[in-house]
Write a protein that binds this ligand. Sequence first.
Ligand SMILES: *[C@@H]1O[C@H](CO)[C@@H](O)[C@H](O)[C@H]1NC(C)=O
Ligand SMILES: *[C@@H]1O[C@H](CO)[C@@H](O)[C@H](O)[C@H]1NC(C)=O
Length: 323
Amino acid sequence: MIGPIPVLFQLLLVLLVRVSHAAQVDGGAILGCNPSQVTKGFSVSYYSLPLTKTGSCWNPVYSQDSYLHGGYETFGNGKLGSSSGVTNVSFYTGTKGFSSCGTVNALLPPNWNYDKPISLSNFSMLLTGYFLPPVTGTYSLDVAYVDDLAYINVGAGSAFNCCQVASSSSNPGPFILQTKWPDTSSSVKIDLVAGYYYPIRFFFTNRNYAGGLKFYFTSPDGVQHTTWDDYIFSATDGDRCDIKPESSTSYWTRSDSSTYTVVSTYTNTKGDLTTGQVVVEEIPTTYTVSTTTTQQWTGTETVTSTSLFTTTGTDGLATVNTL
Ligand SMILES: *[C@@H]1O[C@H](CO)[C@@H](O)[C@H](O)[C@H]1NC(C)=O
Ligand SMILES: *[C@@H]1O[C@H](CO)[C@@H](O)[C@H](O)[C@H]1NC(C)=O
């Protein structure tokens, strides 16, 4: 007897389309570095900021975006000098001898390791360093006092690129804290992972008259530190020294792929719960369309066969069709 023989199959295939040119997007995480050799303290560069002859004599350029993003390097007489190993980021000139349109030349206090007199009434400086948190947690960067401007960036790619301070620090990302006279203090909280070296970039200006700065930090235990000994380091520039992140793959139904870095707590290959930088790669996916058909034939047994073909939808995603 020959009759209709149902041929039934159900297949579900998942097609993963990998697009080779993934877009790098900013995942918003504060990223650290892994320099091979470090020395203690911030590195500081001192810059010229001439007064003007008009109005109250201070130069309005000091808080302008173009000045803060590289303009300071060539403004006035440009870079005046540098010092290193600075772990106490404090000074106060007092008001004695200062007048609104006058210039006062003097030494910074010895904690700045800078033995050249500078016009303390009007100058800018850039501090760069790597902050090394001993424990994972929330730290607070505290501008306890500033006269006239503090502009802070934190993290690789925002403050500067890992082990490439000279070539990348003049064009920082968005600041995480800005304090400008008449505001004289501000704090910002950041989550950091123990053992990573986090780029910190601190730009300071005294536009005119007396000036001062107190830059502290508070550790996760709530203790405020007024100096940065054992927490701030400098490294020589060279090859990029980014931390090699763990990677993780996710699937989304968008047609583009994308990668970004997050800070995440996960179980590592040794089975330990750990917190660190993870690169997430998002990969476009679509599911297959399965179709079943029944055919009659003159044979005596039941036969099933599968054919596969791929179509591309209007969204550009490939779909595998199984028949
Ligand atoms: C301070 O301003 C005076 C007057 O414009 C200028 O001569 C001097 O170079 C300035 N100092 C710095 C460090 O730029
Ligand atoms: C830090 O430097 C300031 C300014 O020179 C000084 O008054 C203060 O005593 C210093 N702090 C420490 C802990 O040495």
